[in-house]
Design a protein around this ligand. Structure first.
Ligand code: BGC
Length: 375
């Protein structure tokens, strides 16, 4: 047999000749890493993008502009790493668009009716940036400010810690609020996001991660994704998406995701599409719970959302309208969906909802875990 023939036979026997052995090599050689992949100056402040990578190759990009997660490269069932979140290539595109892609939403994520609330009889008026209502912290929320950032490495993995000090009165909120957002990735493919805040005056706080997921890596829309939400009640809304104050059972309605359903199955029965808060616990306990599970059978990717917040907003990307994003993708209606752990919308005006108030001396703490798996 010729030398070439022997090589070909050996290749067949081991099946792993050529590029196929790349995966095995990566498995043994990959280490955790944090790399700064880009810096630019915005309003005189340094904006950096960090790349967190674990030994499986799972890769998260985070910028300190808005504490935004810009990319999540996650394996499908064949081991292919692809980006599963909507985003943009440049900070200026995040500045121009109001979708809150991958953003840290705060001080108060979601809506506050007419931007009004009171604490101990004192009335406050927030900026109104969503018709007559206040949404996701106002005109310049946490997603549009530059955070101080530093990377770290510890026993559990690699991460970035960011701090933003919001002045008293910013967007109408009382109290100087110091917020820390810590993002860390471990070798079990869990991205943990911890938001902590303290104030010098009584105020309200509700901070969340506003990622838009598409587990097919944008190859199709999210209507075939299967969703489970571990909450058997939801908070119905009026025509401006403010809760009516009722807490209603999902049983026998198109809102029932207590067992897995394709998102497209009943979406036509929900006017405008899903954009609703699900009640995980009516009484806030502060315990970490699995809130939701999202599965895409084509890729085998599965995402679990865990949080210690009492609610989760399921938003089916109804207002996406053709923006051009990362990797040349076009983001149309239902290209991505959000699962945003949170206090219920408009809690400061709804006495029967868990309270989002924060007083001096207390620490607001919200932990979110995104578990990436395949099935
Ligand atoms: C809200 C949507 C809103 C979107 C903005 C979601 O959290 O529920 O109503 O349009 O954020 O991007």
């Amino acid at each position: 047999m010729s030398k070439f023939g022997v090589l070909a036979l050996a290749c067949l026997m081991f099946w792993s000749c050529g590029t196929d052995n790349g995966t095995a090599e990566n498995e043994t050689e990959n280490e955790n890493s944090i790399t700064m992949i880009n810096t630019e100056t915005i309003n005189g402040k340094e904006v950096k993008t960090f790349e967190l990578k674990n030994k499986n190759g799972t890769t998260i990009h985070i910028t300190n502009y808005g504490a935004i997660v810009t990319k999540m490269l996650v394996a499908d069932k064949e081991g292919n790493l692809e980006n599963i979140v909507l985003g943009f290539d440049s900070v200026s595109e995040y500045q121009q668009n109001g979708y809150y892609f991958g953003a840290t939403a705060g001080r108060y994520a979601n809506r506050i009716a007419k931007g009004r609330f009171s604490i101990d009889g004192e009335a406050f008026q927030l900026t109104t940036n969503d018709g007559q209502n206040h949404l996701h912290g106002g005109n310049e929320g946490f997603n549009e400010v530059v955070w101080e950032a530093e990377s770290f490495e510890d026993n559990s993995g690699v991460g970035v810690r960011m701090v933003y000090v919001s002045p008293d009165g910013e967007e109408g909120y009382p109290g100087e609020l110091t917020t820390t957002a810590t993002f860390s990735l471990d070798d079990n493919d869990v991205l943990t996001i911890l938001y902590e805040a303290s104030t010098d005056k009584a105020t309200i706080v509700n901070i969340t991660h506003h990622g838009y997921f598409n587990l097919s890596a944008m190859k199709e829309d999210i209507l075939n994704h299967e969703l489970t939400i571990y909450g058997d009640h939801y908070t119905p809304v009026d025509e401006t998406l403010i809760p009516t104050g009722d807490i209603v059972e999902v049983n026998n309605t198109p809102f029932d995701f207590t067992s897995a359903h394709k998102i497209g199955e009943r979406i036509a029965q929900v006017e405008g599409g899903y954009d609703h808060n699900y009640v995980i616990t009516k009484e806030y306990t502060g315990d970490l719970k699995k809130q939701a599970e999202l599965y895409h059978s084509g890729s085998g990717r599965l995402l679990e959302v865990h949080s210690d917040a009492p609610g989760v907003q399921f938003y089916s990307g109804n207002f996406l309208d053709g923006a051009q994003g990362t990797d040349g993708n076009t983001y149309n209606k239902h290209t991505g969906l959000c699962l945003e752990p949170q206090f219920f919308p408009d809690s400061p005006n709804q006495p029967n909802f868990p309270s989002a108030s924060l007083k001096p001396g207390e620490t607001y703490s919200h932990r979110i875990e995104l578990h990436f798996k395949t099935r």
